[in-house]
Design a protein around this ligand. Structure first.
Ligand SMILES: NC(=O)c1ccc[n+]([C@@H]2O[C@H](COP(=O)([O-])OP(=O)(O)OC[C@H]3O[C@@H](n4cnc5c(N)ncnc54)[C@H](O)[C@@H]3O)[C@@H](O)[C@H]2O)c1
Length: 456
């Protein structure tokens, strides 16, 4: 099939590349000329494991094209996917100006050239309930008849950054929201190669499809905030959240995933999608109380680590120096949108501390936001030089089994604040560290443990 992807961010680029990998011809459109130039010359603007191989192959085999011209994509593609930003507005509502702007432009292009046949316009962006109707109305406003010249489909995307290619190639489910049998059939054909192992393609009405995406992300965010609250109570009652997590996760009704406490959820989706669903509910006269609490708990949890650090230093970190491991909002991505690490860093900087940070992939993206406010290290150990404490914000694999002796020798104080529970508190104590994590006992150096700078 001929596919057009409008917006080549994390979702657009992964979707477009994976559609091309299945043999489709894909034209990707972006307004960012620099990005399009890069992509044309074979350079990926994002880090996403596994994407490069597919990207290079499909570029080389001429199934994947990049352009700044929407017209090119509208002319050549049977299906046009909108993978555009839907950032939160001031009031928490999803900003639909990108989606509506592009829908309007597509409407103009279709209306201006009757030779262009039937097109399916797919909302792949996460959009509030009713957006498919709004997009249809925009196209109809150009005199185009739904069902004849075009149909609108909701097809939310469930990929997770960091494993986005795997998720796209083998989705647990594909959701297609449309009232048009013709569009549903074409969309089903497009996705069949991705679900050969039997995972379902769910065809539902547009509004349910739009709601599925918000409900899914909001439920996952709820699980995270719930476990963060359990962890906070564990700390107060002397329980260990690791044991509690295992104990409840073995119940198949609860499940093992998404039960890890930490320093709050971040990223480009959960914060904005939770806010948007709260907003939608309120717009319809309903208070989504659980979700409002999920959001408030998350805000509090994102402050927790910095507050704990400042408390530890008697209320002031003025002149203190910290090492930060992990900047991305989660491992295996360079994405730092709403990254908890950035929040921790900002709070410590505001309190007068200095910071040297390391992340395997997210240094450039962080530099674009924080500039020279912090120093950047070339590797995890060089971030530790003379640090009063190490602060762990992202659970990259390479942080899981570091050389603790080397760390202790490099640091001014053997003190670790771990926002991701990477280490065992008892072992950290044996290794000579004072160790704070989330929802677990504090590790305090044993009397027989090695002395701070490794002599003993
Ligand atoms: N990132 C994720 O993990 C994820 C997962 C599922 C769903 N989503 C949803 O998918 C949508 C896109 O997310 P993303 O993370 O890929 O966003 P992104 O910000 O990474 O990418 C958006 C792209 O759209 C381009 N763009 C903006 N206006 C344009 C226009 N008029 N024409 C062409 N291109 C234009 C931008 O230049 C950018 O490259 C959002 O609604 C998001 O909520 C994201």
């Amino acid at each position: 099939m001929n596919i057009g992807i409008i917006g080549t961010g994390y979702v657009g680029l992964v979707s477009g590349t994976c559609f091309a990998e299945m043999g489709n011809t894909v034209t990707c459109v972006d307004i960012d000329e620099g990005k399009v130039q890069k992509l044309r010359s074979g350079v990926l603007p994002i880090y996403e494991p596994g994407l490069e191989v597919f990207f290079e192959r499909n570029l080389r085999e001429e199934r994947l094209f990049f352009t700044t011209s929407l017209q090119e994509a509208v002319q050549s593609s049977d299906i046009l996917f909108l993978a555009l930003p839907t950032p939160p507005g001031e009031d928490g509502s999803a900003d639909l100006s990108y989606v509506k702007g592009v829908a309007d432009h597509i409407g103009r292009l279709l209306a201006a050239d009757p030779a262009i046949g039937y097109r399916i316009i797919v909302n792949k962006s996460t959009v509030p309930v009713g957006t498919a109707d709004a997009v249809r109305a925009i196209l109809e406003g150009h005199g185009l008849v739904a069902g004849e010249r075009f149909d609108v489909v909701s097809n939310p995307e469930f990929l997770r950054e960091g494993v986005a290619v795997d998720d796209f190639m083998k989705p647990e489910r594909v959701v297609i929201g449309t009232g048009s049998r013709r569009a549903a059939e074409i969309m089903t054909q497009l996705y069949e190669p991705f679900v050969r192992q039997g995972n379902p393609i769910l065809v539902v009405d547009e509004r349910s499809s739009e709601m599925i995406k918000y409900a899914a992300n909001s439920f996952l965010a709820t699980k995270i905030s719930f476990m963060n609250e359990v962890a906070n109570v564990c700390e107060r009652v002397g329980a260990n959240v690791d044991h509690v997590r295992r104990g409840i996760g073995l119940d198949s009704r609860i499940g093992k995933q998404f039960l890890y406490p930490g320093i709050g959820y971040g990223g480009s989706c959960f914060p904005k999608d939770v806010k948007a669903l709260v907003y939608t509910a309120r717009e319809h006269g309903y208070t989504f109380e659980i979700l409002e609490a999920v959001e408030a708990v998350n805000q509090r949890q994102r402050r927790l680590l910095a507050e704990r650090i400042i408390d530890h230093f008697g209320g002031s970190v003025e002149g203190r120096h910290f090492a930060v491991w992990g900047l991305a909002f989660k491992p295996n991505t360079d994405d730092v949108r709403e990254a908890p690490a950035h929040e921790v860093i900002r709070r410590l900087l505001d309190a007068g501390a200095s910071i040297t940070a390391f992340d395997p992939e997210a240094i450039d993206t962080t530099r674009a936001v924080l500039g020279d406010a912090i120093a950047y290290a070339a590797d995890s150990y060089s971030a530790l030089h003379r640090a009063d404490a190490l602060v762990i914000c992202t659970e990259w694999n390479e942080f899981r089994r570091p050389d603790f002796d080397k760390m202790r020798r490099l640091m001014a104080t053997p003190l670790v604040f771990d926002g991701r529970n990477l280490y065992d508190p008892g072992r950290m104590a044996e290794a000579g560290f004072e160790y704070y994590s989330i929802g677990r006992p504090i590790g305090r150096p044993h009397p027989a443990a090695p002395s701070p700078n490794g002599q003993g």
